[in-house]
Structure formats: C-alpha cells, structure tokens
Design a protein around this ligand. Structure first.
Ligand code: GLU
Length: 480
C-alpha cells in the first residue's frame, strides 16, 4: 500500500464536538495503516472565530484519544510552521504565481457594491456569480484589497472515495476570494497551498466541502498540481430527524464526555464505527484492530446517526475489558478524579476493592460518585424507605426488627469475614427465617446502603467490613 500522508486541519474555534474528532480518526487510521503520516495543521485564519486556548484543547484531546500526529504543533516537522496564521508569506508567494499568470486579480470593488450586485441577482432570480462582475482592468494589488481567483466556466468530473463519481457544470465555478481584505487567506485558498506544500495524498474532511470542490479542482489546475484523493466524510445526524447533529441535540462536547468519565478507548471505538464498519458484526475494536480493519471504501456515504446510549454502552464494555485484561489496579488508575469526595480519606486498597465489585455496573466513571457513596460514609437512615420497599411492604415493623436482629446475631458470630462465609450466613438466615431472598436481602441491602441498588450482597458486606455492617444494621434496628 502506498504511504498515505493525511491531515487533520481543525479551526481553533472553541469546543470539540463529536464530528470534529471523527474527522481526525479516519486520517489517523489511514496514515497508520499505510505506514504514512498524519499532519496536524491549525487553520486559524478566520480571526473573528478564533478562540484563545482552543488549539491547546485540540492537542490535548487528540493526545487523550491516542491520535498522535506525526508532524505539526509541538512535534514540528519539515513543513513548519503548522499554524496557517504563520504561513502568510507562503500564501502571498503562491498567490503571486496566479497574479503573474493572469489567474488571479486584485479586486478594488467596495463591499457595498458587491451587495448591490447580489441584490440585483436575487431580484432577477439569477444565481450570483462574481465572475460576471469581475472588474475589467484590475489595479495593482495593495494591502487591504482582496485577491480573487479568475475562474473559467468549466464542467468538472471527479471521483470522491466515499461519494463516488461526481459531475458539475460550469455554473458552479466562480471567482472565489483567495486573500481577504485583512490579508489572511481564505480556507478555500490556504488549504490548497498547504496540502500541496505538505504533500498531502488524502484530503479527508466533512462533506460540507463537497459543493466547493470544483473551485478546488480549478485551483489545482491553475497551479498545475496533481489532485489528491478526495474523501468526503458524511455528516453525523441528530438522534432523530434528518438534520446534522448540532449543539441542541443533546450531544455533549468531547471534553464533557471526557469529564463524565468516558474512556478514550470507547470514544475512539464509537466514533470510528459511526459511519464505518468492516462488514462484520464486530463492535468492539482496539486502536490496533481499527488500524488493521479500516478501509476508506467502507465509509458509508449517508449520514450516520448519533446514539449516545450506544456510546455509553461501549464505554461500559471498555470498563469491563480493562478490568478483565489489565486488572483492578489498572482500571483504578483511570478513576482517580471520579470518586465521591468522602472517598479521599480511605486507603487506595479499599477503593480498589469497591471498584472491583462495582465496575461491571458502571456506564461512565463518574457513576462512581453516585453509586459508591455508602462505601465511604454512613447513609442517612430513613425508616420509610424500608417499610415502603416493594418487597418489605407486607412485613410488619416488628418482624422487620426481628429479621434485623437475627441477621446481626448471625453475622456477629461469623468466625471469618469473607465472601464465602458471608454467603453461607445469608443462606442459613434464609432457611432459618423462611423468607424469600428478595425480602431478606433487600432489607439488609437497604439497611447498609440506602441506595437503589448495590453489588451482590455478600460482596458488599465483605467490602464494608464487619464493624461497619453491624453498626449500620444496629442503627437501623434501633430506628425501626
Ligand atoms: N478547518 C476546516 C474545519 O475545521 C477543515 C477542513 C479540512 O479538513 O480541510 O472545518
């Protein structure tokens, strides 16, 4: 396979949504698979949308997911600089070639005049094509004047690796702006120059750039450049309806998912499979498996629907997998920021034990905050919770008290305190009291946790320890 040189070219405009990150995954996989490289390029020429700190967020997020770039900010490389705002001399050099060959012109037309042309076309219900208003004798370029491409009305045919064979007529070619009034290049121009200078073989980006492609093809031609492979990535769709996933559709930013305790493995896995599959039923992929299995021709060409439930399900799968393959300690190392405050004063070993019995119920790491509090602090006793419980409703308060006392005495007499001995004691209690497990175990579980659910009762009591278990059971017995 030929080595692919791909790029991820985000604009530092603020938070990183699901779609932004997916646009980095496919170029990364393609580069890795072919032994090529992925370049990170920061497209910061739209100064109005520029957000301070956004570049650092992009870098940090890519590192978190494990999408290490081979060239770009922080790592450098032969095509430095990798910030478009620092490449303005390069764009001016390239635009000069077009000015010299008559394929670009300085445009002195004031913005009000351009608005007038646009209104004229709207009124006549004609498409607004700037080439019809091109100044006849453009002046010599001066700073503050935009530079436009001098287009030729031509048809274009090209192949998009995802969208297939494409064709457009001459009506879409126009005199696009190359250099803006503020001296910065447009995206349309800068990316052509950069992709050429950086030797990009695969231009992989959102499908929103597809309609502008004929203008890009015209620029390749004007510069005598070979076309790179063009790969349009379909939109990610909102959970319902047919629109593009937007801020209001309930999808959080990647940063928010990260602070909720979604694991990078799950994020990578989910997004890679959002609009791509390898043709099998396989759903869980490591990064290495994705690198092996990925292929451009299996990217679907229709929008992929975003499904947060699936993301969280996958995260649960990854939590289990890390526990099973790497052990409790390795999973624990990922949980450091996610424990309830009260956990801080407990030794690490104790938290590892809690994690070991609860991990298979976690959807995100932040579930630890709500699901484990009773391991670190005595729950508030609420007698109503016990007597109104659906399994305990029919049992009188004195019977409940009696059950608690029998439990306390059985557990007090246990010689050893471990999973098995506790389970034996619980089984004995069941037969001695003639109660159903749902009744007896619900009572004990609520009395020690006052939580809506807990891991298996013997495991919960084992981790809580004899002293805490008995103290809590006694406190509830007194309160009934
Ligand atoms: N800077 C563009 C964006 O963030 C990238 C488009 C591209 O990858 O060429 O949408």
């Amino acid at each position: 396979m030929k080595k692919a040189i791909t790029r991820f070219a985000p604009s530092p405009t603020g938070y990183i949504h699901i779609g932004n990150l997916r646009s980095a995954i496919y170029p990364y996989l393609t580069a890795q698979q072919t032994g090529g490289k992925m370049i990170l390029r920061i497209e910061d020429t739209d100064r109005e949308r520029y957000v301070e700190g956004a570049t650092e967020l992009i870098e940090d997020t890519l590192k978190w997911v494990g999408l290490d770039w081979d060239e770009g900010p922080l790592v450098g490389g032969p095509s430095e600089p990798y910030f478009q705002s620092e490449r303005r001399d390069i764009y001016m050099k390239w635009v000069q070639k077009l000015l010299d060959s008559g394929r670009a012109y300085a445009d002195p037309t004031p913005p009000e005049k351009i608005d007038e042309y646009r209104r004229e076309c709207n009124a006549a219900k004609k498409p607004f094509l700037y080439r019809n208003y091109r100044p006849e004798n453009p002046p010599k370029w001066e700073p503050g004047m935009p530079i436009r491409f001098k287009s030729e009305p031509k048809s274009y045919d090209w192949h998009d690796e995802v969208m297939g064979d494409m064709h457009t007529g001459p009506e879409v070619c126009d005199d696009i702006i190359l250099i803006k009034r503020d001296g910065y290049p447009t995206y349309n121009f800068a990316h052509i120059v950069d992709d050429a200078e950086m030797g990009i073989t695969h231009v992989m980006r959102g499908v929103e750039y597809l309609p502008s492609t004929p203008n890009y093809l015209a620029l390749y031609e004007a510069f005598g450049l070979d076309r790179p492979l063009l790969v349009s990535l379909p939109h990610i769709l909102a959970p319902s309806g047919n629109k593009k996933l937007g801020k209001r559709d309930g999808a959080k930013s990647v940063t928010e998912y990260r602070s909720d305790g979604v694991l990078p493995e799950a994020m990578l896995n989910y997004l890679a499979c959002l609009g791509w599959n390898d043709g099998t039923e396989k759903e869980i992929y490591t990064k290495d498996e994705l690198i092996k299995a990925f292929s451009l021709d299996r990217i679907q060409n229709s929008g992929a629907r975003y499904d947060e439930t699936k993301l969280l399900w996958m995260n649960g799968q990854w939590i289990r997998r890390i526990f099973d393959e790497q052990g409790a300690r390795a999973l624990y190392d990922r949980t450091v920021n996610f424990w309830p405050e009260e956990a801080a004063s407990y030794p690490e070993d104790y938290r590892v034990k809690v994690l070991s019995i609860i991990y298979d119920r976690l959807k995100t790491m932040s579930d630890l905050r709500t699901m484990t509090t009773y391991f670190f602090t005595d729950p508030e006793i609420n007698v109503d919770t016990i007597i109104n419980n659906k399994f305990l409703k029919k049992i009188s308060e004195s019977e409940i008290e009696d059950l608690l006392k029998k439990t306390i005495s059985e557990l007090t007499n246990l010689k050893e305190w471990n999973e098995e001995s506790i389970q034996d004691a619980l089984n004995k209690l069941l037969s001695d009291t003639n109660r159903k497990p749902a009744e007896l175990f619900s009572l004990i579980r609520i009395a020690v946790s006052f939580a809506p659910f807990s891991p298996a009762l013997n495991l919960t009591l084992d981790v809580l320890g004899r002293e805490t278990t008995l103290a809590r059971l006694n406190a509830v017995a007194r309160a009934i």
